[in-house]
Structure formats: C-alpha cells, structure tokens
Ligand binder design. Structure first.
Ligand code: FES
Ligand code: FES
Length: 218
C-alpha cells in the first residue's frame, strides 16, 4: 500500500542537520541509535485525544475499544483497539514501538512504513482491526537477538545514510521489503522501491548508496 509519490530531487544535497555533527564518529553513533530502533528521534507533535490517551476519562461516542491479538515482530501482542485506530497509532502509543514514525498521517510521506506479510505498508493508512493475523514487522524487529543489525541497518551506518533520521525507519523497512523479494536490485529498482518514502533532508542518494551496499554484501 504505497502512495503514488515519486520524489527524488538533487540527490547529493545534504540536509540542514549536517552542521550539528562535529565529527564522523559522533555522527555515526547518532545514526546507529536511529537505525536500531528509531528511538533517537521523536515523532512530530500529534493530537492523541481520540485514542484513550486523552485527558478526559469519558470515552468519546463510538470509541469503544476491543481487545485483539496482533502479531508484531514475531510476538503475539494483546491490545485494546478502537474501531478507527490506525496501525501506526497502535504500534506507537499502545505497544510502545515508537521507531515507526508519524509524519503526514495521511499516506504521503512513508515515515510510518512497516512490513505486513512481506509487503511494505503505510501503517498510518492501515486500520489495526484490518490486520488480522498477518505478520507485522517494525524497525524494532530487524535486529537479531544477539544484537547484530540487519544488513540494511548496518549499511546505513557504514554509508552515514541519514541526516536527521526521522524518515530513516521507513526508508529501512521499504528497503528490507525490497531485498527480501529482490536480493540483487539495480539502483533504479531501489529508487523505485523507496519512491514512497520522502526525506525532508534530501538524503536520497545516501539511502540509495546504503541499500546498494546492503544488497552487494548479502
Ligand atoms: S505518516 Fe504514514 S505516510 Fe506519512
Ligand atoms: S534524514 Fe531527515 S527527513 Fe530524512
């Protein structure tokens, strides 16, 4: 369920965050934190009143939650979900998986990309109740139990791929979904697979380099 967005402008541009990094070493540490769990970067401010996290104790009309089971990162998670709740909301605010980012919350930017049954999917545009027993994977599920990063994550570090890092979890999930069906993509195929993931910092070329590096090392 990728949006129709195709956006790959001046690919060598670096974003405004570059000046924050005084050395490659500190920048690499920052990137490692971002790509492992997305935990370094906060999401954009988001109104959360309709999901039970609001200040009122009284549920709004039509906001009756139902307990469901979700298969996330190989674990069955029991969670109360509203009828109109999106998967992005459930992951971030009910299950604490904040590596999945919310940017536009309307299927345009790709920050919320997760993998559902092998397909990269905008979780902001997916109702949690519609997921059923399908397998959801988020950025938190890529790291192996022994702490080894997924090859795409490692390549992002090696290539110093991200700038601010906000879009990075979505970019990684889209890339992982691609490499699982096409382990040896061309650069254009990677570009196409990531075309639904916008990067405000303009780090597109670095993301392409990272994914190509991961593919070549696989
Ligand atoms: S937050 Fe889902 S596409 Fe932007
Ligand atoms: S690295 Fe900043 S939005 Fe992509």
């Amino acid at each position: 369920m990728k949006g129709p967005v195709t956006f790959y402008p001046g690919e060598s541009a670096r974003g405004p965050g570059a000046s924050f990094f005084k050395s490659r070493a500190s920048r690499r540490a920052f990137i490692k934190g971002v790509i492992a769990s997305g935990a370094v970067v906060g999401s954009s401010t988001f109104l959360f009143g309709s999901l039970g996290g609001c200040s009122s104790d009284r549920p709004a009309v039509g906001s009756i939650e139902r307990l469901i089971s979700l298969n996330v990162n190989g674990q069955v998670r029991r969670v109360d979900v509203l009828p109109n709740e999106t998967l992005a909301m459930t992951l971030r605010y009910k299950l604490g998986l904040t590596g999945t980012k919310l940017g536009c919350d309307r299927g345009e930017c790709g920050a919320c990309t997760v993998i559902i049954d092998g397909v990269s999917t905008y979780s902001c545009s997916t109702l949690t109740h519609m997921v059923g027993d399908r397998q959801v994977r988020t950025i938190e599920g890529l790291e192996r139990p022994n702490g080894e990063l997924h090859p795409v994550q490692q390549a992002m570090i090696d290539e110093l791929g991200p700038q601010c890092g906000f879009c990075t979890p979505g970019q990684i999930m889209a890339a992982v979904a691609l490499l699982e069906v096409n382990a040896n993509p061309t650069r254009d195929e990677v570009r196409h697979a990531l075309s639904g993931n916008l990067c405000r910092c303009g780090a597109y070329d670095h993301y392409l380099n990272s994914v190509m590096r991961a593919a070549q090392g696989a």
